[in-house]
Design a protein. Structure first.
Length: 150
């Protein structure tokens, strides 16, 4: 699994012109599920994301986690994170998990994040054409690959 994590002041998702979810201060996560990923990969991300110390303390140092600042999380499914751009000009998405498997792991990760103590976990709609808006705070953007985590 690949996760692009952005520290945000707010983020929201509209589908067909209608607001379907929104968060205030916290993390907006784009999540790509690769073929062969399992709950073990999701568990690694769930263990890491809420406690990543990427929020500033009173001294301006990144010493606080999403849990520490009572932050919220918005998770967006993003199969294009699994793109292979090594040949030609058109990305290949053969590394992406099949939709049913990807959605199952996406929902699992969202549920587990909800159990982690995070104030609020919001989502988009798997497979939908979403308009995602955010105000990146910093900017702070972190990329995690579950295969590289211990």
């Amino acid at each position: 699994m690949k996760a692009v994590i952005q520290r945000v002041s707010y983020s929201n998702i509209d589908i067909d012109g209608k607001r379907v979810s929104e968060i205030s201060q916290g993390l907006m996560i784009l999540l790509g599920v690769e073929d062969g990923d399992t709950k073990a990969e999701a568990d690694k991300l769930v263990k890491k994301i809420p406690v990543l110390r990427i929020f500033e303390d009173e001294n301006g140092k990144m010493n606080l986690s999403c849990l520490d600042v009572d932050g919220e999380i918005l998770v967006v499914s993003q199969f294009t994170l699994c793109a292979d751009c090594s040949h030609g000009r058109r990305p290949s998405f053969t590394k992406s998990a099949p939709p049913d498997e990807a959605n199952s792991l996406y929902e699992y990760l969202v549920d587990e994040l909800g159990k982690s103590g995070v104030k609020k976990v919001a989502t988009g709609e798997f497979g939908a054409d979403m308009k995602v808006e955010l105000l990146n705070d910093g900017p702070v953007t972190i990329i995690l690959d579950s295969k590289e985590l211990r």
